[in-house]
Every structure is written in structure tokens, then in C-alpha cells.
Write a protein that binds this ligand. Structure first.
Ligand SMILES: [Zn+2]
Ligand SMILES: [Zn+2]
Length: 350
């Protein structure tokens, strides 16, 4: 089979590799499609943080069960599946409490173990969900992992119907958070520097948009009569966070989803007196967030505005990783089909 193997920073090679065998408790998946995201681009372009090379990248994949390892029950050969990619031990305190994303020995398929940018991948059966009955095309199912990240962030925030929410940054994660937040029945305002992304935010269910840098967020909220319960800061930018802190009324919940790389001066005293709730969020809890992510994907007729084109392995570096690094990605999500040699349109309607 062919695989996209990361050897070092900036060194991704498309190689011929043997098809792996599923070990005890594992399944072998024939990959239908695998998404590429900012985390892959960061590992590829900015230096290895998680990845243990040489490793096949790819942690956002969907496919069909090809073989089953010893002791696996509940999955059958031929089932269409999605994979959570996060591997947890099941024994440590957070695992016992159902917070598997905080496992003390958490590893990820696609960084620590060979991933889904390949013809086949093995995965522990307990993070593989049979979605044969979903009726969704494989390209749509390839969006499950980023949607699960969004479902997790929204669940962590406590956002519910009738509340007001702001999402700053409608990119690879912000787009999915917009959809998941609007799906709760909350009224959503999206903020972005890019008009097209604002339009996309509206199509994903936001009630209104704000072009970053035009009107201050605080003023726009007053204009709209919004008293915001939850702010999702997804851009990870200092101005994004500043606009949120300036606009947040006492009692607001702030979810810094985007990772702030700088060290902002935090006015902790003011936060105390305003009773802000600051909520961290990382990855997803497979058992809780994956089924909901698949359900949400099934509630929208087409995701072509999120992922319109599927590319072959040979184009991963040039058309997925490098554009993501430069912030010039024209698609919200780039999907890869390891079995094609030319790009093809994504198929989303069933
Ligand atoms: Zn990802
Ligand atoms: Zn654990």
C-alpha cells in the first residue's frame, strides 16, 4: 500500500509499505478518505511536537473494516467506520471518569502510531464506530473527527437553546463549532477577517456576522441586542482574544479554543469580579462526541462548501500541508483519498 510518511520537519514521503496486521483488540481499516488539518501542518512545517517519526500521518479517517484482530467483538468485516484516533489507557483517573481525552498516557494515531494517510490503518476497536447505518457518504464521514472536536468544545461550554454565542474565527475548527453551536438552538454571531468565511458561517447556521476590524465586537453585540453567554475564541490570535475580553459581560463563559501562542497579560482580578468561566477544551471524548458528530453531519444536505475536492496522496504536501501553514488554504477541510491518482470532487449527498 502507499502511505504518506513523515520523516522529519518538512520531509513527507509517499512510500510503499506493507499492509499492517491488526493486533489483539484492533481492526484493520481500508481507508476511504482522510482529512488533513492544522495539527498535521504544524508537525510537518514547524517542527515535531507530537509526531514520532518515521510515522504515517492522518488522524481524521473513515473507511471500511477489512480484518479483525483477536478478541474484537461488535465490529464486522465490511462495516463502514470512523475512528477517534485518540488512544487512551482505560485505567488512569480521567479514563475511569470518562474523560478519555485527558488520559495520562494519551497517544494519537497519525502522530504516535501510523495513521490514515495510507491505503490501510490499524486502530483499537474501542475507538472505531460502526456508521454503516448512517447512510452518509464516505467523504462526509471524513469530517467526523473535526466535527467531534467542535461537539466537545460546545459540550464543555454548556451552551444551550435560547442562549447567545460568539465564534471568533470560522476556519478548520471554527466552521464546525459554528454548526454545532447553532444546532443547540443558540443564537450565533460569527467573527472573521474574511467575508467569504462570514458567508460560510451564516450558511452553517449563524444568525449574523461581523467583519473583524470593522466595528468593535462590543458595539456590534449592542446593535444586535445580544447578551452573550458563551464566547468561542477559535482564531488563537491576540486581537481575537482582546475583542472577546472587551465584550464579555459578567457571568460570561469564555472558551479559548484556538491556542494562544503569546503570553497575554491576563487581568485575573477583573475576571474574578466578573465571575467569568474560562473553559479549556482539547480533542474529544470518543464515546460521547463521535456519535453526536455523525448525527450532526447527517442533518445538513451537503458539506461541499467545507470540503469540495478530494486529493491524492502525492499532492498532500503541496496542496494540503503547505497551504495550511501559509494560511492560504482555499478549502476549510482538505480530504485525501489514498486510492486515487488525480483529484476528484467530494461526494456529500447520499
Ligand atoms: Zn485534525
Ligand atoms: Zn488513561
Amino acid at each position: 500500500m502507499r502511505a504518506g510518511v513523515l520523516h522529519a520537519t518538512g520531509d513527507l514521503r509517499i512510500e510503499e509499505k506493507p499492509v499492517p496486521e491488526p493486533g489483539p483488540g484492533e481492526v484493520l481499516i481500508r481507508v476511504g478518505v482522510c482529512g488533513v488539518c492544522g495539527s498535521d501542518a504544524t508537525e510537518y512545517g514547524r517542527g515535531l511536537v507530537l509526531a514520532q517519526p518515521p510515522v504515517t500521518l492522518g488522524h481524521e479517517f473513515a473507511g471500511v473494516v477489512e480484518a479483525i484482530g483477536e478478541g474484537v467483538s461488535g465490529l464486522r468485516v465490511g462495516a463502514t467506520v470512523v475512528c477517534g484516533a485518540g488512544v487512551s489507557c482505560g485505567d488512569c483517573k480521567p479514563c475511569r471518569e470518562g474523560r478519555t481525552n485527558l488520559c495520562r498516557s494519551y497517544t494519537t494515531i497519525g502522530f504516535h502510531h501510523d495513521g490514515g494517510l495510507a491505503g490501510y490503518v490499524t486502530a483499537p476497536a474501542n475507538i472505531v464506530l460502526d456508521v454503516s447505518d448512517s447512510g452518509l457518504p464516505i467523504d462526509t464521514l471524513g469530517l467526523t473527527q473535526p466535527m467531534a472536536i467542535a461537539v466537545h468544545a460546545v459540550r464543555r461550554s454548556g451552551l444551550r437553546a435560547g442562549q447567545d454565542a460568539v465564534i471568533v474565527g470560522v476556519g478548520g475548527i471554527g466552521a464546525f463549532i459554528t454548526f454545532a453551536a447553532a444546532a443547540t438552538g443558540a443564537r450565533v454571531l460569527v467573527v472573521d477577517r474574511n467575508e467569504e468565511r462570514l458567508d460560510l458561517g451564516l450558511r452553517l447556521g449563524a444568525a449574523s456576522g461581523l467583519l473583524a476590524g470593522s466595528t468593535p465586537l462590543r458595539e456590534r453585540l449592542a446593535e444586535l441586542g445580544m447578551d452573550v453567554d458563551v464566547f468561542f475564541e477559535v482564531s488563537g490570535s491576540a486581537p481575537g482574544l482582546e475583542s472577546v475580553l472587551e465584550a464579555a459581560e459578567p457571568g460570561a463563559t469564555i472558551v479559548p479554543v484556538g491556542i494562544q501562542r503569546g503570553e497575554p497579560a491576563l487581568p485575573l482580578g477583573r475576571w474574578t469580579l466578573r465571575e467569568y468561566t474560562i473553559v479549556g477544551t482539547v480533542a474529544h471524548v470518543f464515546a460521547d462526541d463521535f456519535p453526536e458528530a455523525v448525527r450532526l453531519l447527517g442533518t445538513r444536505p451537503s458539506w461541499s462548501d467545507i470540503a469540495s475536492e478530494v486529493i491524492p496522496l502525492d499532492l498532500v504536501a503541496e496542496q494540503a500541508l503547505q497551504p495550511l501553514l501559509g494560511g492560504a488554504s482555499h478549502q476549510i477541510k482538505t480530504l485525501v483519498d489514498p486510492w486515487i491518482s488525480e483529484p476528484r470532487p467530494a461526494v456529500h449527498a447520499g
